[in-house]
Design a protein around this ligand. Structure first.
Ligand code: ADP
Length: 318
């Protein structure tokens, strides 16, 4: 049983500030972290911490940051054989987190854009995986190829279309599980216009459920929309929608909450847990990361997750 994760690898620089800098302003940061990240690596590390075996592909450049990839993967218990060294720059990002835990960031994809359909075709592990995962920090071509190969091999696929761009033709038909946040759900509805876009904000469980049900009709058999501190909704073919409330925690830094949630969900599903249990574990992973600074270091281990779930609600802070 293992997950196959399709990129991405990004060296993430993050500064904690009292308030976001205004245009032209320089200010003193309260904390600064540099860590290996990227949505793909976060998913891989998140799942590995939860005890899942992980294979995959990560494209890095031939620069200074690319040299950190091997150490980052090995340190997380992931095999460096997943790394594909390309010519050029490694993906890198820079972000700010304010005192309220809100964040803004910019990511330069670098070598992640060089991950290709050829890399995917040459990856022997994909067709033996339990679940293939992709997000949108890599290009369409390798995702389309990976999901087509997975479908042909009877392997389930999970797509997290983040950061959002309109989906390439046919991808949704090869997607079994779609996981997206409220903003992405709205962007997706808009891109499918005029079929789905109601113009209304997706900020309630009922609005998110309506969209999730509409997405279900386009191919996936499970659609999960996350709503930050309002939790998540899940719609599955032939069953009643589920609403998973968020676990109340003191929010320190919401960066990576979605990746932690998806890693928790994917791991739970691969382990054969019920959807209700998977959602609860996923929400706990998201809450734990929201209650800690950073992403990679904040992703919980199985022991931390179990401890969090066992704790009375009032004591749930990490
Ligand atoms: P993204 O990081 O992709 O924007 P969300 O912000 O929707 O995703 O967060 C994903 C999940 O993480 C939520 O569904 C929720 O379960 C959990 N989560 C996020 N923010 C918080 C928070 N402030 N408190 C508790 N749980 C949170």
């Amino acid at each position: 049983m293992f997950l196959f994760v399709l990129g991405s690898f990004v060296i993430a620089c993050s500064a904690k500030v009292g308030a976001f800098p205004q245009p032209g302003e320089s200010l003193r940061a309260e904390a600064f972290t540099v860590e290996a990240g990227g949505k793909g690596l976060n998913l891989a590390v998140g799942a590995r911490r939860l005890g899942m075996a992980v294979d995959g592909l990560f494209a890095v450049g031939d620069d200074l940051f690319g040299g950190l990839a091997e150490q980052a993967l090995s340190g997380a218990g992931l095999s460096p054989t997943m790394i594909r060294r390309c010519t050029g720059q490694t993906g890198a990002g820079i972000g700010f987190t304010d005192r309220g835990g809100e964040n803004c960031l910019a990511v330069f994809p670098g070598a992640n854009r060089q991950l290709s359909a050829d890399h995917v075709r040459a990856a022997a592990g994909l067709s033996r995986a339990t679940l293939v995962l992709a997000q949108f920090e890599v290009d369409d071509a390798p995702i389309v190829e990976a999901f087509a190969l997975a479908r042909a091999a009877g392997v389930r696929t999970l797509l997290n279309p983040s950061p959002f761009r309109p989906l390439p033709a046919g991808l949704l038909a090869h997607t079994d599980i779609l996981v997206l946040n409220a903003v992405e759900a709205m962007q997706m509805a808009r891109s499918l216009r005029p079929v789905l876009d109601t113009g209304a904000a997706v900020n309630t469980a009922s609005a998110a459920t309506a969209l999730a049900q509409a997405f279900l009709a386009l191919g996936p058999d499970l659609v999960v929309v996350t709503l930050g501190a309002h939790g998540a909704v899940a719609c599955r073919q032939g069953t009643e929608p589920l609403h998973q409330p968020a676990f109340p925690v003191v929010t320190v830094d919401t960066l990576g909450a979605g990746d932690a949630f998806t890693a928790g969900l994917a791991t739970g599903l691969a382990e054969g847990r019920s959807l209700k249990e998977c959602l609860e574990r996923a929400a706990a992973c998201g809450a734990i990361v929201a209650g800690r600074i950073g992403v990679s270091e904040a992703l919980p281990t199985t022991a931390e997750l179990e401890r969090f779930l066992d704790r009375p609600a009032a004591g749930r802070q990490n």
